[in-house]
Design a protein around this ligand. Structure first.
Ligand code: GTP
Ligand code: MG
Length: 197
């Protein structure tokens, strides 16, 4: 897929105020600081499109971007940031769950996971929750440039083993680096395939 146009539409906390659900929608989610906004900028080749930051918790709202006038890309706030109060965590959970339940054009969730870390409980809990509520998702490992491919492969193998303890089938898995543009074609081709179904 060639990205001809990528534009920011709006930020919301409520599904009712999101753009009309008339196009397929792909949402990026994962721990705070995992690289969601950076990956969106890399995919769209648009440096400042999604706001990035080295301190976790930058993205707080449901941010809609319109790509090629045909699909929505959504940047969601991250989870698992230790400094966030319980109240904010509950607000996050409510907002995200409501979005998952009500957003009728939601086509696929990209769950981003830092390729440097062994399986983490917050990630596994979140993935299991997605499986239980029946939202289609894929897993995207990020920041692959930060280590050797051997280390990345071993993280992925560990995640697969952990997932297979609960699930019969593994989701699609992608490896990316926003820095080196790794995985760009694979992700865009995947979106193309799903859009054509
Ligand atoms: P929140 O919105 O706070 O949840 O974070 P986020 O998941 O959107 O992360 P963001 O894209 O803001 O990136 C967090 C930090 O990681 C920034 O300092 C990025 O420059 C860095 N980063 C993101 N992706 C990569 C990558 O592929 N490689 C490297 N080396 N750094 C990355
Ligand atoms: Mg962000």
């Amino acid at each position: 897929m060639v990205i001809k146009e990528a534009k920011f539409l709006m930020s919301n906390t409520r599904v009712e105020e999101c753009p009309a659900p008339d196009k397929p929608e792909y949402a990026f989610i994962g721990r705070s600081n995992v690289g969601k906004s950076s990956l969106i900028n890399m995919l769209t080749e648009h440096k400042g499109l999604a706001k990035t930051s080295s301190s976790p918790g930058k993205t707080q709202l449901i941010n809609h971007f319109l790509i090629n006038d045909t699909w929505y890309l959504v940047d969601l706030p991250g989870y698992g940031y230790a400094k966030v109060s319980k109240g904010s965590r509950d607000d996050w959970r409510k907002m995200i769950n409501y979005y998952f339940q009500k957003r009728e054009n939601l086509t696929c969730i990209f769950v981003l996971i830092d390729s440097r870390h062994e399986p983490m409980k917050t990630d596994m809990d979140f993935i299991n929750h997605l499986g239980q509520i029946g939202v289609p998702f894929v897993i995207v490992f990020t920041k692959a440039d930060k280590q050797s491919s051997v280390k990345t492969d071993s993280t992925i193998a560990a995640y697969k083993r952990t997932l297979l303890q609960t699930w019969d089938e593994l989701p699609r898995i992608f490896v990316t680096s926003a820095e080196k543009r790794t995985g760009r074609d694979e992700l865009l081709n995947f979106i193309d395939e799903v859009n054509e179904q």
